[in-house]
Write a protein that binds this ligand. Structure first.
Ligand code: HEM
Length: 177
């Protein structure tokens, strides 16, 4: 498989970015939701110490993905017989996914900096109350919007795979293309 995409299939770089981002986002929801629900400060801190590098990874992969598509690679075309509204919807959901990952990551970083939590995360200071800063609320809201978009994205992939049976998942490295 070539590094760049062809007219009918994503290339190895796009496939690697896609599935690595998916893994990181699952890990981010697990660690983020557990941290938010955690009352024991030491356990909360341990979860945040895992959450932050995953978040930085998801942010860097999204920036890399934007550069990759804008400057280096071209997406395979959608199936020719797909209705126009579905093509438009796919484009909008994909753009919103990029945007909301950036907003979620930026608001997470702002929460850590503005709440003064960085010394606790890097060292042994006690963790301050994170809920006092506005970006914390933005982060929680953005993560929920991301969940809705992911549900639409995964639902569309399943619709292609199991209802239209056009093997769209194969283009992203899962099964035959
Ligand atoms: C796309 C990337 C990210 C996703 C999907 C994500 C997801 C989440 C989720 C679901 C929560 C729980 C929110 C709630 O229940 O209200 C959370 C909490 C949190 N996240 Fe993220 N996050 C991301 C990136 C980051 C980054 C880059 C940072 C900081 C560098 C960060 C810092 C935090 C903090 C400080 C909390 C609060 C935990 C608490 O209240 O105990 N997140 N995140």
């Amino acid at each position: 498989m070539s590094a760049k995409s062809t007219a009918t299939r994503y290339g190895s770089v796009a496939i690697a970015i896609h599935w690595l981002s998916a893994l990181l986002i699952v890990a981010l929801f697990a660690t983020g939701l557990l941290a938010a629900a955690q009352v024991d400060p030491a356990a909360k801190l341990a979860l945040l110490r895992a959450h932050l590098p995953f978040g930085a990874g998801a942010l860097l992969l999204t920036l890399l993905r934007i550069v990759w598509w804008l400057a280096i690679d071209r997406r395979p075309a959608l199936p020719a017989d797909q209705p126009g509204w579905q093509r438009a919807m796919a484009k909008v959901v994909h753009l919103l996914l990029y945007g909301i990952v950036l907003v979620t990551a930026a608001s997470g970083i702002a929460t850590v900096i503005l709440s003064g939590a960085l010394p606790a995360i890097l060292g042994s200071a006690t963790l301050p109350d994170l809920e006092t800063v506005l970006p914390r609320a933005v982060h929680g809201l953005a993560a929920r919007v991301l969940l809705v978009l992911l549900a639409l994205h995964i639902g569309a992939a399943f619709y292609h795979q199991f209802i239209r049976k056009d093997r769209l998942l194969g283009r992203m490295g899962i099964g035959a293309a």
